[in-house]
Structure formats: C-alpha cells, structure tokens
Design a binder for this molecule. Structure first.
Ligand code: ADP
Length: 434
C-alpha cells in the first residue's frame, strides 16, 4: 500500500475506535452522531485546503505556494518543488535566449528573422544599419514594405534562394550588400546581409592591377615582336640596321625585366610572410653609398649634395631600406632636369630619424600627391617610361616603410622641386649608430 493511504486509513480507524466505546456507553445514535460530526470536520478541513489551492492557482507564484497540513502538506510541498524546477529551467532558458540574442546582435552580418508570411519578427543592430530598420518599431511589418528595391522584391518572390543577391544599401549608395535568404524551422526565414563594399574594392584593385600589368607588358612585347618579324622577313641583314633593331629590342627587354623585378619585390613585400629582419642598419653609411650611386646614375648632369647631421642607425632590413631610399633617389635624378641640385639628408627632427631627398626638379601638382604611392600611378606616363620608370617605385617605398612603422611625407611645388622624406619613429632608432 502506498504512503498516501496510510494517513486517511489511520484517521478513519481511530475514529471508528473512538466510536466503538461511545456505542457501548451512550448507544448507537450518539456514536454515529460523533462519527458523522468528525467526518464533516474532516471534509471542511479538505475543502479549505482545496480553496487555498484554488486561490493560489489564480496567480501561481512559485514563492506563494500554500503550506497546507496533513495530507495536503505533502501535495503542496511536491507542487512547490515542481514550481521551483520549472522556474529554474525557465531562468536557464531565458539566459540561453539572451545569450543567443547577444551573440546575434554582435554578429558582423545583419540578421532579420521573418515569419511564414515574411513579416519581421526580430532583427539585429547590423540589419538596422544595413536596411534602415528599427527592431522595436518595425516588428510585425512585412519585409517588402521596408525593403522597396525592385531587385529585392523579385528575389523574395522567386523563392529561389540558392544564390545571394547583390544590392546597394538603401541607406548608403556607396555600400554594397550581399543578401541571402535562409529558410529554417516551420516556414520561417533568416535574411542575412553582409557588407561586401571592401571586398568589391579589393576585387576592383585586383582587376585594375592585372589590366595594368598586361598593358605595361604589351608595349615592349609588341616592339620586340615587331622587330623580330622584320628581321625574319629581311633578305639581307645590314649590320648597322640590325644592330639598331637589336639595341631597341634590348632596351624593351630591360624594361620588361625591370617591371618583373619590381613586381616580384612588391609581391614579396605584400605577402609579408617573412618577418622583418631586425638588422642594425648604419644609415649614414648607407646614404653615403647611395649618394655615390646617384652620381653614377646622374652622370654629371646634377649636383648631388650629402648632409649627414645624425649618426643614428635604424633597426630594420638593410636590403629593403636600400631599395626604398634608392627608389627615391633614382626618381629625383630622373625627374630633375640637367643642371639641377639633389640633396640627401639624414637628420633628427622632433625625436624622429628623417631621411630626405630634395630636388630642384619639375615638381608635382598637389592633387597628384595623395595618389603617388598607388601602383602604376604616374603624373606623366610617357616621361616615366622615357626615363625607365615602371610606375611601381613609390608603391615599393610605401610597403617598405609600413614594415618599418615609418611614414612618407611629400612636399612639392610645381616648377620648383620636391622633397620626399622618410620619418622613422624613435623606437626604430639606434642612438649609438649601427
Ligand atoms: P615611376 O617609375 O613612374 O617613377 P614611381 O612610383 O617611382 O613610378 O613614381 C610615381 C610618379 O610620381 C612618377 O611617375 C612621377 O610622376 C612622380 N614622381 C616621383 N618622384 C618624383 C620627383 N622626385 N619629382 C617629380 N615627380 C616625381
């Protein structure tokens, strides 16, 4: 017999035991009357407990479960435990839900939860930014009322979500979004948006780069191919003429070699797989060597001056710095007319180490200056080519400097000359020299 039955049966047995002597002493009627009275009291007691339960059920607060007594004590105590378990699992559920919402809010992608008829149920803050939605205000609105672009309406109606849709953001026309609908659960959908503006830009840069390289290669290849064809079809090779052709082909081959070398240097710097070497670079010595090389390059056409007012060295890659400084110097020689002056300086300014190349050349119009370090950007394409430029020199300089946490400053006046300065932060300087 279960525990439940013991108490009522014991109470009943006690009442009967009480009634028996009463029957013997006062007769059957008295005994029955006492028994009935006791049972009525018992009934009243149970009804009162039942009423308490009923009142509690109107507002079932776990902390306000009635205490009860007798049989009801056990029942109310079980109820209390059940309520506590339930509220604990409810708390756990709401914490999980909150965590999920926090995670969804922090996502870099926009998320809109749509119901079975495409009404907004919830959206995160990135979706608010992408689509101009408001999570509170727009709940229950049909998504097509708020995203009114025709391409989006077509995408929504086609019900084929295997491919993402590319869309200009309604809020900012410069932003491109990739939108993907993901059906889930019971006919619900997630609308996921991603800002791919940067990706598109990178892709455009890549396309331009391939186009530029092809263009740069095509001209010398056409020249070489043209001369080879001429030579092939000549009945008799005249030594003088042939030598001229071969010289031109050699010039074009050198041009392609320079281009390929610069491309390889740039790609090595860009891949940045090898960590920067921390060599002790003796800058005064490096700059003196470069000044001598500039004399050779200039072949006496310019006056080259050297001003070393600092003995500091730099922590970095000697090979890369030689290439960067060399590019600045060769530009000064190439863009300064005969008779001009070129001054190389290594000095300390405001705690920084500054290497600069100043020329009295043709100078640069201000609007070109911010774009000079872009790959293949030239102020005057034919002037650059005539002097053997590849259009990659300053792009290489920029990469080398960024690996050394240094910056490039350009100041120039058209017709008067330019100064290109490389500024190294104090933490890269070696005070005692290298
Ligand atoms: P390039 O091989 O064409 O010289 P760079 O990247 O070295 O390529 O330079 C980009 C452009 O910047 C050059 O084409 C030129 O127009 C301009 N430039 C660079 N240095 C100087 C300078 N010292 N004086 C005038 N213009 C310069």
């Amino acid at each position: 017999m279960s525990d439940f039955w013991w108490r009522p049966l014991t109470t009943l047995a006690l009442l009967l035991l009480l009634a028996l002597p009463l029957w013997g002493i006062f007769g059957l009627a008295t005994a029955l009357a006492v028994l009935c009275g006791s049972l009525l009291l018992l009934l009243f007691f149970h009804l009162r407990q039942l009423r308490e339960l009923d009142i509690w059920l109107q507002q079932p607060e776990p902390s306000a479960v009635p205490h009860g007594s007798g049989l009801w004590e056990q029942t109310f105590s079980s109820l209390y435990h059940l309520m506590r378990l339930q509220s604990r699992s409810q708390r756990r559920l709401s914490v999980t839900l909150e965590r999920f919402q926090d995670a969804a809010k922090a996502m870099p992608d926009g998320i809109v939860v749509l119901d079975e008829v495409d009404r907004i149920e919830w959206c995160n803050s990135m979706a608010e930014v992408h689509f101009g939605l408001d999570n509170e205000r727009d709940r229950g609105q049909h998504i097509s009322y708020l995203l009114r672009q025709p391409q989006f309406a077509d995408y929504l109606n086609a019900r084929n979500y295997s491919e993402p849709l590319l869309l200009k953001s309604a809020r900012n026309r410069d932003t491109t979004l990739s939108i993907q609908m993901v059906p889930y659960g019971d006919k619900q959908k997630l609308l996921i948006s991603r800002d791919i503006t940067q990706l598109e830009r990178v892709e455009a840069v890549r396309r331009d780069f391939v186009a530029n390289v092809s263009h740069e290669m095509r001209t010398p290849l056409t020249v070489v191919g043209g001369f080879l064809e001429t030579l092939l079809h000549m009945d008799r090779w005249e030594v003088q003429q042939t030598r001229k052709h071969l010289q031109l082909m050699l010039d074009q081959t050198h041009r392609m070699q320079r281009l390929v070398e610069d491309l390889l240097t740039l790609s090595k710097l860009e891949s940045a797989q090898d960590a920067l070497k921390d060599e002790r670079v003796n800058v005064p010595q490096l700059v003196s060597t470069l000044a001598n090389e500039a004399q050779t390059l200039s072949a006496g056409r310019h006056e080259i001056r050297l001003m070393l007012t600092s003995a500091s060295g730099v922590l970095g890659s000697e090979h890369e710095l030689r290439s960067a400084f060399g590019n600045l110097l060769s530009n000064a020689v190439r863009y300064t007319p005969e008779g001009g002056e070129i001054t190389l300086r290594w000095e300390k300014k405001g705690g920084e180490g500054v290497f600069s190349v100043q020329d009295t050349g043709e100078g640069i119009e201000p609007h070109h200056i911010p774009r000079l370090t872009e790959r293949f950007y030239r102020v005057d394409r034919s002037r650059s080519r005539e002097t053997g430029g590849t259009g990659l020199g300053l792009a290489i300089v920029k990469h080398v400097l960024s690996r050394h946490q240094a910056r490039l400053e350009i100041s120039s006046k058209p017709g008067e000359g330019s100064t290109f300065s490389v500024c190294f932060p104090a933490r890269r300087l070696l005070e005692q020299g290298a």
